[in-house]
Design a protein around this ligand. Structure first.
Ligand code: ADP
Ligand code: MG
Ligand code: MG
Ligand code: MG
Ligand code: MG
Length: 614
């Protein structure tokens, strides 16, 4: 969730008065960081992952969300405070009162033997939390609790509509009690002028009813206007539906700012591909949906745009017509490498012209100035009343305020003031996987790919509008096996064809990873293998990376199912499933049981994991 401070948060009416002040000082803080760090070079390749978990309680025969992750977190953070340099893992709050996020205690350094430790470290990361759980409690890496938003799915039960989210489905009790999270929720809703409105197509099975059963919600609406009463639509009305989803992120420190800018661009192109390949969320609010991935749910769940910004009313009090939610794919490439062509930036970028001027006058080049003045079209959402006037030389709170609430597919992270941290890129699209084996495989794969891009000078550029199209495609049911994505034909060199349209074509995920028959395109698995062959990995590391690459290659070819496809198969073949898209409590219970049995290796699930997890 990013940056968290303690203190008193302002409600929207008060917060908006400080928006310009926060933006202006945010940019001053960025310029200070930039000037202190623009020439630093030779930083080590340091990196790390973030894994998000949900907390579950087994209650008689059913599983419910347990709303006390904050209590467990208090204990974990107390240990960290007592021994900041010695703890093995760092634990951070997430949006849901049933969520927790873990990272390694210290970033990994370099690539090599370190890779052998990652899966082990993910396993022992869970044990680290388990010390504070009751016998009936478990943490689980499931993107989305399938029946989130149905009545009676939490312990303690949370049955009333709250004043923060004002949701007809989700009680405010599911929100992490730290003020940041309720303030975010309320201020997004108030800025927007109404509840967020998340609309997802329902998977239409033979008996799927056009209209949903309303009895399972805390304050059901009968209004015909309400999107919940539109046919074949899964409607959700609260931030918790999106920010209650768990993801898998990785962050990389690159040697200097230019390398970071280049990695940022190429990983942005790669984001939709990895969303499709890691797809692990196909059930929302107790219904089988027609999408396979969480991203759009979160994007809609934090969309704070006003009707002026959306273009349904003329601009008067707002400044910009805005094409996307604050949570979405990036709009602008920032690299100055030789493979970059300005034509790739083919979106009509919305940016704040005054902020842009402030950046240009501060010595920032046009490309980076556009990037940040684009992020700074947003208002700060959470302002701490005791942290408004701060020293812009020493702190970056106002910069981080805007930066960390632009939740995009990749994030370009400048150094933190007065630290030895360098320029970093965070890769944010991946869906968390059920097992630590899978999570480790994807973490390791992305780290190898990032290094391969730099060392082999790989070039993934396509026009950014095509990346947006890929992002939409990545959500389609079974996109991993069935859809085609725009991808660059020649990823090996910087020689560009005259016509951009000749540089790319539509490919399946299988082709992107495993190569195209009868073409020079060998696929990413081969490229990563080529990179590995240039490294002096010992035999154990070679065996390990080989295993991960084989596994990923099989997910990409469709030989192994994504978690989303496997989940659909499990549900639609469940004896109690009535082919009506409804995931009942009984089906959910069996599904969760199966997930636990797979995780603990009580049963094998070769369709999902092959023979890689026994
Ligand atoms: P956020 O929530 O803002 O994305 P976190 O602090 O939760 O950030 O996670 C940051 C990740 O970056 C962790 O995996 C951490 O190990 C890693 N990391 C920390 N320091 C560095 C560094 N200097 N370079 C690269 N990665 C780092
Ligand atoms: Mg997180
Ligand atoms: Mg975070
Ligand atoms: Mg984090
Ligand atoms: Mg993060």
């Amino acid at each position: 969730m990013g940056f968290i401070a303690e203190g008193n948060t302002l409600n929207w009416e008060d917060a908006k008065k400080f928006a310009n002040y926060i933006r202006e000082h945010g940019i001053i803080q960025f310029l200070n960081i930039y000037n202190a760090n623009k020439d630093r070079s030779g930083d080590q390749f340091k990196w790390g992952d973030e894994v998000e978990y949900i907390l579950i309680e087994k209650d008689q025969q059913t599983y419910k969300l347990k709303l006390r992750a904050n209590e467990i977190l208090d204990k974990l953070i107390a240990e960290e405070k007592a021994n900041p340099d010695g703890v093995e893992y760092l634990w951070r709050p997430e949006y849901g009162r049933f969520m927790i996020e873990g990272t390694p205690g210290k970033p990994y350094i370099g690539l090599g033997k370190q890779l052998l430790t990652i899966e082990e470290s993910l396993i022992s990361r869970r044990k680290n939390v388990n010390r504070f759980l009751k016998d009936s409690e478990y943490i689980m890496t499931l993107v989305n609790y399938p029946r989130l938003g149905c009545k009676d799915e939490t312990i303690p039960s949370a049955q009333s509509k709250g004043v923060v989210a004002e949701s007809q489905f989700l009680s405010d009790l599911i929100i992490n009690p730290h003020f940041r999270f309720s303030t975010l929720t309320a201020n997004i809703r108030q800025r927007r002028g109404k509840n967020v409105s998340i609309n997802i197509p329902m998977f239409r099975d033979v008996n799927t009813p056009a209209y949903l059963d309303q009895t399972s919600y805390i304050s059901p609406s009968s209004s015909r206007e309400d999107p919940t009463n539109q046919p074949y639509n899964i409607y959700m009305d609260a931030m918790g539906f999106g920010m209650g989803c768990c993801c898998l992120q990785t962050t990389f420190q690159l040697s200097n700012i230019e390398e970071a800018r280049t990695i940022y661009d190429h990983m942005a192109v790669f984001a939709p591909i990895m969303l499709s390949l890691t797809a692990a969320s196909s059930v929302f609010k107790g219904y089988l949906s027609d999408i396979d991935a969480r991203w759009t749910v979160i994007a809609q769940s934090v969309d704070d745009r006003t009707s002026q910004e959306l273009g349904t009313q003329p601009l008067s009090t707002n400044k910009h017509l805005i094409n996307k939610s604050r949570y979405d794919s990036i709009d602008y490439f920032i690299s100055r490498s030789s493979s970059y062509r300005s034509e790739y930036n083919d979106l009509d970028l919305v940016y704040d012209h005054e902020i842009y001027q402030q950046l240009i006058q501060g010595g920032i080049d046009t490309q980076l100035a556009k990037h940040f003045s684009h992020l700074f079209i947003r208002d700060p959402l959470v302002i701490y009343s005791d942290k408004i006037t701060i020293d812009d030389q020493l702190h970056s709170d106002h910069f981080e305020n805007i930066q960390s609430t632009n939740w995009q597919t990749v994030r370009f992270k400048p150094p933190t003031p007065n630290s030895n941290i360098g320029w970093r890129v965070e890769f944010r699209p991946m869906e968390v996987q059920l097992t630590d084996f899978e999570n480790a495989a994807f973490i390791v794969f992305i780290s190898l790919l990032v290094k391969a891009i730099s060392e082999l000078k790989l070039n993934f550029y396509i026009p950014i509008s095509k990346v947006d199209q890929n992002m939409k495609t990545a959500h389609f049911r079974d996109s991993c096996r069935k859809s085609k994505f725009y991808f660059r034909k020649n990823i090996n060199d910087n020689s560009t064809n005259d016509k951009i349209e000749d540089e790319y074509e539509l490919m399946t995920i299988n082709e992107i990873f495993n190569g195209q028959e009868g073409s020079d395109f060998v696929g990413l698995i081969s490229m990563v293998r080529k990179f590995i062959s240039t490294q002096n990995f010992d035999q154990d590391t070679l065996n390990l990376t080989n295993n991960y690459l084989e596994f990923i290659s099989k997910r990409a070819s469709g030989e192994l199912l994504t978690m989303s496809s496997w989940t659909r198969d499990f549900i639609t073949s469940h004896p109690a499933y009535k082919h009506d898209s409804c995931v009942t409590e009984e089906i959910q219970t069996d599904y969760m049981n199966r997930c636990f049995d797979i995780y603990s290796k009580k049963v094998k699930e070769p369709k999902l994991l092959g023979s890689y997890y026994n």
